[in-house]
Design a protein around this ligand. Structure first.
Ligand code: HEC
Ligand code: HEC
Length: 295
């Protein structure tokens, strides 16, 4: 291949690489700007009435008997295969069902995240049934408890790094814990799940009561988790998955080298053309022909 032919291949290639890099950069920025809170509408209005405010107790009983009672007992009192759910509270049931942790296919060391088996109304029906058996525990948060408009995200970040990052890591990527447990990644969790996890302490995560983390502080943490961890504001334009300086270095290297190569070819191209003009009307560069002969 002559250098000219080579250039004909390389220059469009470099242009495409640069265009893609530019596109990724622009998309990354618009994504950051469009980043909306992952907060779901909790759709629950708390009233001071009976537990049936959540849904239908009869529907919930039917679902519970079909999917849960084999391990947790017909009255949710527990069995050799699963713990008692009495007085565990609506938030615990809601969290374990909305994360897909329950129902377990078989008793394992730690439940894993999977798509929820039940839709929102079915979950609320099961909550209604189980909480009707015994009072107690943490309620499902009201819309006000999840209102993040005035939440202090800077304080939320401080509290997160102090209380949560030791297990979940500061980027929320999750980490292995002792005894084969792991703190799951926090990407994709909803505001309600953060609230329920913090207040109820699932599995070997400790519960944090309102005296350790006040409702206002919790709103800050929720805002940090659902907005900053879900949609990291990357001042450089694109987060590259938030995996850190190594990946960023590689992209810098390839895009930077690409730009340098492009500049070098452009300069080389011009120099050669000038040479051609001085060489007195030759159509082909003789050097190209020589090099071509070796290939
Ligand atoms: C195959 C047995 C099995 C089935 C079926 C099952 N569970 Fe469980 N469940 C368990 C075990 C075992 C644990 C304890 C897991 C742990 O602590 O890591 C548990 C834990 C829970 C917890 C957390 C309890 C606590 O105190 O932290 C909730 C809530 C729960 N299950 C609800 C349900 C519901 C609701 C269903 C039905 C939709 C269900 N489970 C189906 C075995 C089961
Ligand atoms: C001692 C370690 C530990 C600490 C500290 C901790 N967590 Fe967790 N967290 C866990 C573990 C383990 C689980 C998974 C529980 C399970 O699978 O049943 C979890 C689960 C969660 C979940 C549910 C994730 C999902 O997949 O849906 C959220 C949200 C969460 N934690 C948020 C927090 C926040 C916010 C803090 C700080 C206030 C915190 N955690 C502190 C260990 C921890």
């Amino acid at each position: 291949m002559t250098t000219r032919a080579l250039r004909r291949v390389l220059v469009p290639f470099a242009v495409v690489v640069l265009a893609v890099a530019l596109g990724v950069f622009v998309l990354g920025r618009s994504h950051v700007q469009a980043g909306s809170p992952a907060m779901e509408n909790p759709g629950i209005q708390l009233t001071a009435s009976a537990a049936s405010r959540y849904g239908s107790i009869t529907e919930g009983r039917t679902l519970f008997e079909a999917s849960c009672s084999a391990c947790h007992g017909a009255g949710a009192q527990g069995s050799a295969l699963g713990p008692s759910l009495l007085a565990r509270g609506a938030a615990t049931i809601d969290l374990w069902l909305s994360t897909g942790w329950m129902p377990l296919a078989e008793p394992t060391a730690q439940p894993v995240n999977k798509p929820p088996r039940f839709d929102r109304q079915q979950i609320l029906d099961i909550v209604a049934f189980v909480t009707s058996l015994a009072p107690g525990g943490v309620s499902i948060p009201s819309a006000a408890a999840l209102n993040l408009k005035t939440a202090d995200v800077a304080q939320g970040f401080d509290l997160f790094s102090l209380n949560c990052a030791p297990c979940h890591t500061i980027t929320g990527a999750g980490d292995a814990l002792a005894d084969g447990y792991h703190a799951p990644p926090l990407h994709g969790v909803t505001a309600r799940q953060v609230y329920e996890a913090v207040r109820t302490g699932p599995s070997n995560m400790p519960p944090f009561g309102p005296r350790q983390i006040t409702p206002a502080q919790l709103r800050g943490i929720i805002k940090y988790v659902t907005q900053e961890i879900e949609h990291p504001a990357s001042p450089g334009g694109i987060s590259l998955g938030g995996v850190g300086p190594v990946a960023e270095g590689f992209v810098g290297l390839f895009v930077g080298t690409g730009a340098c190569l492009l500049a070098a070819f452009w300069v080389g191209d011009r120099t050669e053309r000038e040479d051609d003009e001085h060489g007195g009307g030759q159509e082909e560069d003789p050097k190209d022909g020589l090099e071509g002969a070796h290939v």
